[in-house]
Design a protein around this ligand. Sequence first.
Ligand code: TNX
Length: 529
Amino acid sequence: MRSDPRRAYRPAARSRPARPILLAALTALAPACAPPLTHSLVPAPHTARVEPGDSFTVDTLAVIAAAGGDESRRIAGMLAGLIGTTAETTPTVVPAEDPAAGGAAITLAVDDAHRARLGPEGYTLAVTAGGIRVEAAEPAGLFYGMQTLRQLMPPVVEYDAARPRPLRVPYTEIEDRPRFGWRGAMLDVARHFFGVDEVKRYIDLLALHKLNRLHLHLADDQGWRIEIPGWPRLTEHGGSTEVGGGPGGFYTAAEYRELVRYAADRFITIVPEIDMPGHTNAALASYPELNCDGVAPELYTGIRVGFSALCVEKEVTYEFVDAVVGALATLTPGPWIHIGGDEVEELTEEEYRHFIERVQEIVRGHGKRMVGWGEIAAAELEPTSLIQHWRGEGEYLDEVRAGQVILSPSAHVYLDIQYHPGTPIGLDWPGHTPLRDSYDWDPAGLVPGLPADAIAGIEAPLWTETVATVHDIEFMAFPRLAAVAELAWSPPGALDWDRFRRRLARHGLRLTALGVNFHRTPEVDWARW
Ligand code: TNX
């Protein structure tokens, strides 16, 4: 068997040498002497003043006033649902013009006048004796303000049934906006398939952490997960299994649209990926004509990579790509289509470049922007195409333009990598990734020479060769995804490992209330905050 090509990308040395025992002991004691936390917001806001001593009480007859249109009302409805479960405890939502709005406990307002100060995703949040007020230039900002307000409420609001009364929110003054526009997570639904409800649960957790992209890895060697008109065997045959030989599955067009809608309601854009020209065994097994020798291989349920490739010299391959990209473009309102492009061992460099350039044209022809894994940088890229950097080195990124690079360094943000050698699931090809390694790195300094304005943002992939259930997803993703969310949202000056892990200890109560199976890493003192 071929050796794992990804081993070549292993960073030469771990990012930080092991700390001497004395230093580690001092670090463990530090929280006792450090200034107390005033809040446990994750990600940390841009600027925040929270006074834990004084609080505003949301009583049982609370009214939420929504100003600035239907979206404000919809977001207010979500907040009302979070606060109450019964007619007696759920606040009434009224438009700001309604006479009842005068006595509102909570006001949510979208107003374009805030655009210059807050941008499209920023917000202000004030909690005073007079009530709670969230303002933003756009609904997305209002939604993030609502998530912050949610995190200021006691974690028990997250339980389905019990809602505490009285509900107190500390006096607060926050002004907040994100550092990066691309704050993503990727879920590989190809190696193991996850159904609509399972993906929705992940979307909910992304929204809690102010992430705004969900990249779905919809096809790989082990499975094809989305219906494509005119190519029924992709799902019938190609979707019929997964790693380990389980039954697999796929999304109908209606189910995929449902995911798009659910995500959009939470200001998350779905970025669909069909990996090509490699990682295509499921397609090759479904249609013999996509193979150079015209012979369909067997379905594959192992975890090797790099062995499959579409026949790039056949025209039918481009008809196939056009049908796939066209179908995804029709189903996906977001501007991006991810075409994979990683780990191709079966083609020459020239064949590979030529293929990527042709696919880029097809994506543009369907009115979308192409995204691909780092390898695509070898091709002639349009300025609107995005490169998802995932390997250790980055010299190949020397000609990038503003906003073209998504940072997904495998040594830091690959959520499928074991936390430590004893982690029961996960791979270890880039080493191990304890929580601190996901948090303690500098996006601006990751690739020497990469201009700051080239960075679109950060995305954390969760590959699922060893991840088979929602339990597994949550164990590998959390708390590392919370660390990634903070790096993607919070200003560099607010990043502090020690304060982060103390906030996280408290945030863990909320994750617990939500039933999230997060990894209780010993790097966080979950019992003290
Ligand atoms: C590399 S990262 C891959 C995936 C694997 C992953 C496992 C990338 C673009 N390709 O095919 O699932 O490693 O960690």
